[in-house]
Design a protein around this ligand. Sequence first.
Ligand code: ATP
Ligand code: MG
Length: 389
Amino acid sequence: MPFPSTLPIPSEVLKIAKKLEDAGFETWCVGGAIRDNLLGVPNHDFDLTTAAPPPTVQKLFKRTVPVGIEHGTVAVLDANSQPHEVTTFRKDIHTDGRHAVVEFGVSIMDDLARRDFTINAIAYHPIRHEWRDPFQGEQDLSKKLIRSVGDPNWRFQEDYLRILRALRFSARFEFRIHARTLEAAKANAQGLSQLSAERVRDEWFKGILTAKKVSKLVALWRDVGATRIWLPELGTGSGGEGQAAVDKLPRDPVLVSAYLAKDAASLLIRLKCSNKDIDRGRAIGRWRDKYPDATDPVAIRHWLATTGEHADDLLALLPAANAPLQKAVAAVRAKNPPLSLKDLAVKGADVIAAGVRPGPDVGDALARLLEEVLEDPSRNTKEYLLSRV
Ligand code: ATP
Ligand code: MG
């Protein structure tokens, strides 16, 4: 497929490019947006790369944010305060598998050469409508191929995250990974252990959100050895385990991770997830095999009371075959039964007034009353409950 003669560049992006060009700095559109446009899929962040050094970009535009200034990236805010990333042409002069020392003042060709995959190394000039594709990225797009720019071993050793990026793009576009690139990914998998948990987590989560099929992404992570290092809780897997099921889950990275893992909390802790996410994982681990009987509303109310805010996660993980339980839970919830202490018709002060000694006895008394109310919600009246104190 030949390059289209023009690309529909958003007007705000075009304005930024024009201003840079008018000031004498060559400016190109690059990266994901070009790739996605050529593939005909929507993409929202049109990145620009320019000869202008970062301080010049900051001077030329009224409102900028130094989002990654050490790598030469400045976000320019448009009239609607939308950020657009502008990165200075750069070359990585020293890398250690995780960080890069960069040099500015190079050419667009050097800038394309430091990019990860051929399909991500295509540039389009938004004013002259010229194309630069020194690594035949466009050919790889039509062949549906993920291929490293340059020697894959070398490129993965510069930044091991690229291994995970290859898997993500492969699962997202259903592209094959070129044989030598895949081989190098496997050979260098041990280097993944050097990455920070945050970068790995972002990559894993983005992968889950964007894969055509999550099962395919998981198979790729397994195949190159990335699960062994970062997600050992996924086990070795047979490759076939619950594949259809994982593909039917909501695209929620925490939920999907917890579904796949034997010990979800430890996986989420390793990935430095938020405490809230870790709690979700822990709750899923604790209750995933303890669903109530769909024919027993009392058991369902007890289950809702114990699992609390995690009930929806647990319901989302139910196999489709368990529609009766989904329905039964919905029916119980529709009646809005009292499920927690705050729903009780009596408060602490009421039981104290009825003679309970202030202190831990109050909590015990309320907990016992909640038990009674979970058995039979019609008992949730002040009169009945006080009679039971
Ligand atoms: P997405 O749709 O996920 O945003 P993207 O290709 O735009 O995909 P970004 O992470 O936004 O990915 O990066 C923008 C561009 O920067 C990439 O297309 C690629 O050219 C380059 N790039 C990003 N990360 C790396 C990396 N680790 N090594 C080399 N080049 C990279
Ligand atoms: Mg992007």
